[in-house]
Design a protein around this ligand. Structure first.
Ligand SMILES: *[C@@H]1O[C@H](CO)[C@@H](O)[C@H](O)[C@H]1NC(C)=O
Ligand SMILES: *[C@@H]1O[C@H](CO)[C@@H](O)[C@H](O)[C@H]1NC(C)=O
Length: 315
């Protein structure tokens, strides 16, 4: 991915559809920032020029929803889209968006964390200037690269559609595996500050849940740029259970091995001692050997019971 800079930025609440299917059409808005044509993205098969970036989010209630993509079935609280059109084949965005290979969108899943994200602050700090539909504000330029995760090497790529009507199958999607964190306060601003109604409306309507729900894959191939530890992700609880289980198993095994070793040692001294004891009565040669065997016995038997190995004087 190339380094991306913008010189002039305009943030606006932009009108767009949320729903693609049939008659259920619902207008809503998204925070959108226009990007300069010369801003591009490296590493794609064709030359794509930047058009705009925008955000999708949820309503902050219950589990984190708001992203349009999920990774391993997990959604996140918001999603950033940086939209590009194919400048090699088409004159502009309008022409490109209905065509195959017309658009390329970079997607970043956003979740809440402890720290304030300064880069996202460059956008989110200006939301109170565009609280109502159709408003816009000029914001200082900043490096759009800072909105992306650190690791641009791990991503998923697939041929898909626009998530807004008419949902043309014209988008080459790139979704980064690493999620970006913004603070809980920043996320709350995004979820609660904006209205999808005009400033003059008597009853303002909160702008929330402007995301399209995840769609079936429909036999699409999703490529990943890395070997990706598949479907089953362990939760923290499961990992703790596995670690404790393994530890218990190891301790148990150690106890059993120690017991077996002890048993072998003690049975060998029981077996050997009686076989030695009658020996002196048969020959004087064996008599002479006896001290050596005693020494061997002492070393193998339990040192805490030295008397076990000492020869019985009365035999
Ligand atoms: C986009 O390009 C087409 C074809 O060149 C042209 O007719 C149209 O006016 C352009 N639209 C915009 C918004 O520039
Ligand atoms: C997307 O479709 C194009 C052909 O239209 C194909 O060349 C490309 O490999 C596809 N990319 C992915 C990630 O499936």
């Amino acid at each position: 991915m190339g380094l991306v800079w913008i010189t002039v930025a305009v943030l606006l609440l932009f009108l767009k559809f949320v729903n693609c299917s049939g008659t259920a059409k619902e207008w809503t808005y998204a925070v959108q920032m226009t990007l300069p044509r010369w801003m591009g993205v490296a590493g794609l098969p064709l030359h794509y020029s930047a058009v705009q970036l925008h955000l999708h989010w949820g309503n902050g209630v219950g589990v984190a929803t708001g992203s349009e993509h999920t990774i391993n079935g997990l959604s996140s609280s918001a999603e950033l889209h940086i939209v590009h059109y194919n400048a090699e084949f088409y004159a502009n965005m309008t022409e490109a968006k209905t065509q195959e290979n017309g658009l390329a969108v970079l997607g970043v899943l956003i979740e809440a964390g402890e720290e304030t994200n300064q880069a996202y602050g460059r956008i989110l700090n200006y939301l109170d200037h565009i609280r109502y539909a159709g408003q816009q504000v000029a914001i200082p330029a900043f490096d759009v690269r800072l909105l992306l995760p650190n690791d641009l090497g791990q991503y998923f790529r697939y041929n898909g559609s626009l998530t807004t009507p008419p949902c043309h199958q014209s988008v080459l999607w790139t979704i980064f595996n690493e999620r970006v964190k913004i603070s809980h306060l920043q996320l709350m601003k995004l979820e609660t500050l904006l209205f999808s109604s005009k400033a003059e409306a008597a009853e303002p309507t909160a702008l929330q849940d402007n995301f399209r729900v995840t769609q079936p894959l429909n036999n699409r191939t999703v490529l990943s740029s890395f070997i990706h530890v598949s479907a089953k992700m362990y939760t923290t609880g499961e990992i703790i259970a596995i670690v404790i289980g393994s530890l218990c198993g190891c301790v148990g095994l150690a106890v059993i091995i120690r017991f077996i070793v002890k048993t072998i040692r003690s049975t060998s001294s029981w077996d050997v001692l009686p076989s030695i004891r009658p020996a002196p009565q048969h020959s004087t040669k064996d008599m002479a050997k006896e001290p050596k065997q005693d020494m061997a016995l002492k070393t193998t038997s339990d040192p805490t019971n030295p008397e076990e190995a000492t020869p019985q004087p009365e035999t």
